[in-house]
Ligand binder design. Structure first.
Ligand code: SF4
Length: 338
């Protein structure tokens, strides 16, 4: 029988938790005692972008609450089927900045490597929900081309492991890739953008910490959390494991209507993150990806929320409010963080 409580799941490896993620909307509704009349629309909405949610995350969702802020991030709904002008399948025009498979080179000095096409969780607002991972799935020859591209540009000082979620890849591959990158003299930092420590915290195990700390590149982990209730005991323990090895941990959030578009919720998130050893870094305006328009918060409201945060929190707990605009040389800063 599959164990249902978080205590029972803690004895499973991260790979087992990954493979036992819930992908059937009917099972999710049943586990969370939600109205099954939503099932047919959830099935329809998940056809293009499937449901995927690991059980440690489900265990933090309040059963019977259709407005739970964690549930709203992962449950496919009919709102995703709405066509809204201004929303597109490639809102950041990444296909134009994809010089070789697996590499996204948008900003000066750093490149994204699409290390894994998969995620442990499918966030309904994801700006890459339509990204062609098929074209960016790496064979050994593709990896050589990606490494060659980075080695050929001395202006690049930082590589960002991205995806999907890079920590879905196995540690042997991540160690190999990190060693190859460390041999490129002009690289200084390795940044890992991942939601795994939040959704399957057991991913931060000794094998993962080993390749992250064995490299001469300075490692930095940027997690993705949008609500304080995502940060439970096992997540705090995972962050402690990173901090104990000297790895800095930052957080980026997306401002999401009905989930965290409220100063009190974001204040709580910043405080909770800092208590856990994480610095709030970015608060992103939603990228205008089709299927996610109902999560959007208008700019005026975003600025108002950010101003309130600035008034209530010390500067180091106020994330920078940013927007990504296609073609811009970096993220566009919206509110100033004093
Ligand atoms: S973890 Fe990140 S990349 Fe993966 S679905 Fe969520 S937002 Fe998208």
């Amino acid at each position: 029988m599959i164990p249902q409580t978080i205590d029972a799941w803690q004895i499973l490896s991260w790979q087992q938790e990954l493979s036992r993620a819930v992908t059937d909307p009917g099972e999710l509704l049943e586990l969370l005692a939600l109205d099954r009349r939503q099932l047919s629309i959830a099935l329809q909405a998940s056809m293009d972008f499937p449901l995927r949610v690991p059980r440690p995350y489900i265990n933090r969702i309040r059963p019977g609450d259709p407005d739970d802020p964690l549930l709203l991030q992962i449950l496919p709904t009919g709102r995703e089927l709405e066509q809204v002008p201004g929303y597109s399948t490639d809102p950041l025009q990444e296909r134009q900045n994809n010089p070789v498979p697996g590499v996204v080179h948008k900003y000066h000095g750093r490149v994204l490597l699409i290390v894994s096409p998969a995620c442990a969780i499918n966030c309904r607002y994801c700006f890459r929900r339509h990204f062609d991972y098929g074209e960016n799935t790496q064979g050994r020859g593709d990896w050589e081309r990606a490494i060659h591209y980075i080695a050929g540009d001395p202006g690049i000082s930082e590589v960002i492991y991205s995806g999907g979620d890079p920590l879905v890849a196995n540690d042997r591959h991540l160690r190999w890739l990190t060693e190859r990158l460390a041999a490129i003299n002009h690289l200084r930092r390795l940044r890992v953008h991942t939601r795994l420590p939040v959704v399957i915290p057991s991913r931060i195990d000794s094998h993962c910490l080993e390749w992250m700390t064995a490299t001469r590149l300075q490692p930095l982990v940027v997690i993705h959390s949008n609500h304080a209730r995502e940060i439970d005991g096992p997540v705090k323990a995972a962050i402690s494991r990173l901090n104990e090895t000297g790895i800095r941990v930052l957080n980026q959030s997306v401002l999401l209507r009905g989930i965290n578009d409220d100063p009190a919720a974001l204040e709580d998130l910043s405080e909770t993150l800092f208590d856990a050893g994480v610095l709030p870094y970015y608060l992103h305006l939603l990228d205008r990806v089709s299927g996610a328009a109902h999560f959007g918060v208008d700019r005026r409201r975003a600025l108002e929320i950010h101003r309130i945060l600035q008034a209530r929190l010390p500067g180091y707990l106020v994330p920078r409010l940013v927007e990504e605009l296609p073609g811009a040389p970096g993220k566009t800063l919206l509110g100033c963080s004093a």
